[in-house]
Design a binder for this molecule. Structure first.
Ligand code: ADP
Length: 425
């Protein structure tokens, strides 16, 4: 045992002090080397591994590193979340979206684009789109210089019958491209319908106008040579044509009003019985005794709707029966409440009837089975289109049964919720 004096001696012995100092320095070095090894070991572990516990300066270093790692992890998570949200939103887009690399290989694709082009989001990743979608117009468009791809390409899909796409290439980022594809099938169909409609209206108006012009020219050329009888004859024919144009314009206006008001609902109480009786009266006037017209049944019920529109629809059906039933034929009108509570206005005739191939197209504007007969009888080709629109606005349906040579039955069916039945006492 060393006494206090011995300790003092040791302390001041320079060799021992040096050894002690070296030992101490070695200990410190070892401590740092150990922590450096722990740092290296930690750095090689997966992200998110907690930093080792230490003290002194290493505690400070590990704490700073842990803070930094946490903030980077949070930032990465935020970025991943934003990316996931962005992809989710792009997936939900009704338009097709494809990201392409500089070499036109697929980097990302949403579900709509996969459907439009027959691609698979996982299988086709990294493959050149030009080897997968081989439509020449699409491939040429993709390879065209940027100034030629500013306008979208209208692509009629060869994969899906009837599918029309508007495809546009938008350059972005570092030489990348985004392909946007929108389904414009419906738009194109509407555009075709609009063009056909304008052509039809022009044609319908042109014929009577040409006839009226012809009569006027004939009368002008004849000058004083025309007899009063002849002039009356020509003027009568011109009047018929101008009345035809008037009917056409009236029907067109009615149709466009119905289409404009498609979403508004009218629910005035209409006395269905009285309405049907007034249609019966008009039908008898139109037939002028050439047909046997019968009112089969009229059940008391109030129909909620627009009186004017319902009148127009019912009288269109009844006047068709008169116009397409030869003299001597019979026509039956009826209004009844069916067993399921629906209201049904029906017009049955034993006229010329309609072939089954025409039935589904009868409510198209200007669709006629027999053009000559329709015109002869003053038809505009818009009657059943008007009926269809009126029924749509009343949540109704038009049912057509017909046999060529035997006759037809047109039924306008209204949902039970549009009916108010009298209270039984
Ligand atoms: P139109 O003014 O030509 O009668 P509609 O739209 O009312 O136009 O009818 C379309 C076509 O449906 C008519 O041209 C006719 O060929 C056919 N049609 C309508 N109602 C009858 C019916 N009761 N009997 C036979 N054919 C009919």
């Amino acid at each position: 045992m060393l006494g206090a004096g011995g300790l003092l001696w040791l302390f001041f012995d320079p060799l021992t002090a040096l050894l002690l100092l070296i030992g101490l320095l070695l200990l410190i070095l070892l401590h740092h080397l150990r922590h450096m090894a722990r740092l290296v070991n930690w750095a090689q572990k997966p992200l998110g591994t907690p930093t080792p516990v230490a003290f002194g300066v290493w505690d400070y270093i590990f704490a700073s590193l842990a803070r930094r790692a946490r903030s980077e992890r949070e930032q990465r998570e935020r970025l991943a979340h934003s990316l996931a949200r962005f992809r989710e939103a792009s997936q939900a887009l009704p338009d097709g979206v494809i990201y392409l690399s500089r070499q036109h290989t697929i980097e990302w694709i949403n579900a709509a684009a996969a459907g439009y082009f027959g691609l698979d989001g996982e299988r086709d990743m990294g493959r050149a789109i030009t080897t997968l979608v081989r439509e020449p117009t699409f491939v040429n468009y993709l390879r065209a210089p940027a100034e030629l791809t500013r306008e979208p390409l209208v692509l009629h899909s060869s994969r899906q019958e009837g599918l029309t796409l508007a495809v546009q290439v938008i350059p972005f980022g570092d030489d990348q491209e985004m392909v946007l594809a929108r389904d414009i099938t419906q738009l194109e169909r509407l555009d075709t319908m609009r063009r056909d409609f304008v052509a039809n209206v022009s044609h319908e108006l042109k014929t009577p106008l040409t006839v009226v012009n012809g009569f006027i020219e004939t009368m002008l050329d004849a000058g004083e040579d025309i007899t009063p009888g002849e002039s009356e004859h020509y003027l009568g024919l011109a009047l018929q044509q101008s009345q035809r144009m008037q009917r056409l314009v009236d029907d067109l206006l009615q149709l466009s009003t119905l289409q404009a008001n498609q979403l508004t609902s009218v629910e005035d109480p209409v006395d269905a019985g009285a309405l049907v009786r007034s249609v019966l009266y008009e039908t008898e006037q139109l037939s002028a005794g050439k047909h046997a017209i019968v009112l089969d049944a009229v059940m008391p019920a109030t129909l909620l709707g627009c009186q004017k529109e319902l009148h127009s629809a019912f009288s269109n059906l009844a006047s068709n029966a008169v116009r397409y039933t030869p003299e001597g034929g019979s026509i039956r009108l009826s209004w009844r409440v069916a067993a399921d509570g629906c209201g049904e206005f029906a017009v049955a005739d034993n006229g010329i009837g309609i072939g089954p191939e025409h039935i589904s197209r009868l409510t198209e504007r200007f669709y006629r089975v027999d053009h000559g007969r329709s015109r002869e009888t003053g038809g505009t080709g818009l009657g059943l289109a008007i009926v269809k629109h009126v029924l749509n606005r009343h949540q109704g349906q038009l049912l057509i049964r017909s046999q060529p040579g035997e006759g037809s039955c047109f039924t306008a069916r209204f949902p039970a919720k549009r009916l108010r039945l009298p209270v039984q006492s």
